[in-house]
Design a protein around this ligand. Structure first.
Ligand code: APR
Length: 310
C-alpha cells in the first residue's frame, strides 16, 4: 500500500504543528509549504521533524519547500496560510488579505494535484473555504473547513474542568459560523450519556458557552502576538485522520450547503459524516425556533463577511 501524501500550506505556528501531529500519527508523508521568503525556515522545520522520526518511531517523511511542484498528487491538502489575528482585530478584518492568499494557494495546488481533498483553516474560515471551493473547481464533498471541532473541544475542555471528569466523556455540539457567531446546542451535549443540562446549572452553562464563543479571542489576548494553534492543529488532524482512514466519523465541518437548514451557496458549520470521500453526508436536525433564529443570525454574519470578498 502506498503512503498517502498530505500537503500543509503555511508553515507558521499552525501549519508546522499540524505537520508534526500528522507525522506522529503516520497519516502520510508530509509536504510543508510556505512562501519563497520563508523557504529556509520551512525546510528547517521539516528537517527537524524528520530528525524526530527515529526517536518517535514514525516513518512519515517530512519535507519543506516553497515549490508547489513538490505537492504533486497530494491526497489531502490542508490550508493554514494567511495572516493570524492580532489583538483587537476581528476575524473579519482579515478577509481581504487572506482571500488573496487562499486564492493563490488553491490555484497552485490545483496545478499539480487533480483530485485532492482540501481542508481550510485560514480565517475567516467559512468565507475562506468558499474561496478555495470556487477556485479549485472541486466537487463540494472534497472541500471543507475546520471550525466546529475546535469550538466543541473548547466547550468540552471547560465542561470537563467544571465537573472534574474526563474530557473523553464530554461531547459538544455546535452549528453555524466559527467563533463569535457560533450556535452551541447544549441540549445535544452529554457527559457519559447524561445530558449536560442536568449536570451544570443553567447560568453556569451559559457562562461556559459564552467563554467558548470567544475562546479564540481569549487565546489571542493571552498570546499577545498571534492566535491559537495547538487545538486548531489537533482539530485539523482529527479531520485528516477521519478522511485518510475512512473512519466515517460524525464531526462538525464547515460544509457547502445547497438548501440544508434553509441556506444556499454558503459554507457553514454543520454536523457531517467524514470519510474517504470527504463530506459524505450532512445531518439536518430539527431546530427550535430560537436555535433556527440564532443559526440565521450566524449565517448572516458569514454572508456579511462574504460581501467583503472581491
Ligand atoms: N503561501 C504560503 N504560505 C503563506 C502565504 C502564501 N501565499 N501567505 C502567508 N503564508 C504563510 C506565512 O508565511 C506564515 O508562515 O502562512 C503562515 C501563517 O503562519 P502564522 O503567521 O504563524 O499564523 P498561524 O497562527 O499558523 O495561523 C494561520 O490559521 O487560525 C488561523 O486565523 C489564523 O488565518 C490564520 C491561520
Amino acid at each position: 500500500l502506498k503512503r498517502k501524501k498530505i500537503s500543509v500550506i503555511g508553515a507558521g505556528f499552525t501549519g508546522a504543528t499540524t505537520a508534526f501531529l500528522l507525522a506522529q500519527k503516520e497519516l502520510g508523508d508530509v509536504v510543508l509549504v510556505d512562501i519563497p521568503e520563508a523557504e529556509n525556515p520551512t525546510k528547517g522545520k521539516a528537517l527537524d521533524m524528520w530528525e524526530a522520526a527515529p526517536i518517535q518511531g514514525y516513518d512519515s517523511y517530512v519535507i519543506g519547500t516553497s515549490d508547489y511542484e513538490k505537492t504533486a498528487n497530494s491526497d489531502l491538502v490542508i490550508i493554514t496560510a494567511g495572516v493570524a489575528r492580532k489583538p483587537g482585530m476581528s476575524r473579519d478584518d482579515l478577509v481581504q488579505i487572506n482571500q488573496n492568499v487562499v486564492k493563490s494557494v488553491t490555484k497552485e495546488i490545483m496545478k499539480y494535484s487533480k483530485d485532492p481533498t482540501i481542508i481550510v483553516l485560514t480565517n475567516p474560515v467559512d468565507a475562506m473555504t468558499y474561496v478555495a471551493y470556487k477556485e479549485s473547481g472541486l466537487p463540494k464533498n472534497k472541500v471543507m473547513g475546520q471550525s466546529g471541532i475546535l469550538d466543541t473541544a473548547r466547550f468540552r475542555a471547560f465542561i470537563a474542568e467544571e465537573l472534574n471528569v474526563s474530557v473523553n466523556d464530554v461531547t459538544g455540539f455546535v452549528l453555524g459560523g466559527h467563533g463569535d457567531s457560533m450556535v452551541p446546542l447544549t441540549r445535544y451535549s452529554y457527559v457519559g450519556g447524561i445530558p449536560v443540562e442536568t449536570l451544570v446549572p443553567k447560568e453556569r452553562l451559559e457562562q461556559i458557552v459564552q467563554r467558548t464563543r470567544v475562546g479564540g479571542g481569549e487565546i489571542v489576548n493571552l498570546l499577545g502576538n498571534g492566535s491559537a494553534y495547538y487545538a486548531p492543529s489537533a482539530a485539523l488532524v482529527e479531520m485528516a485522520e477521519a478522511i485518510i482512514k475512512d473512519q466515517r466519523r460524525i464531526l462538525p465541518t464547515v460544509a457547502y450547503l445547497e438548501g440544508e437548514y434553509g441556506f444556499q451557496d454558503i459554507f457553514l458549520g454543520v454536523p457531517t459524516l467524514l470519510g474517504a470521500n470527504g463530506v459524505e453526508k450532512i445531518y439536518e436536525l430539527e431546530l427550535t425556533e430560537e436555535e433556527q433564529a440564532a443559526l440565521k443570525k450566524s449565517a448572516e454574519s458569514v454572508i456579511n463577511v462574504m460581501q467583503a470578498l472581491k
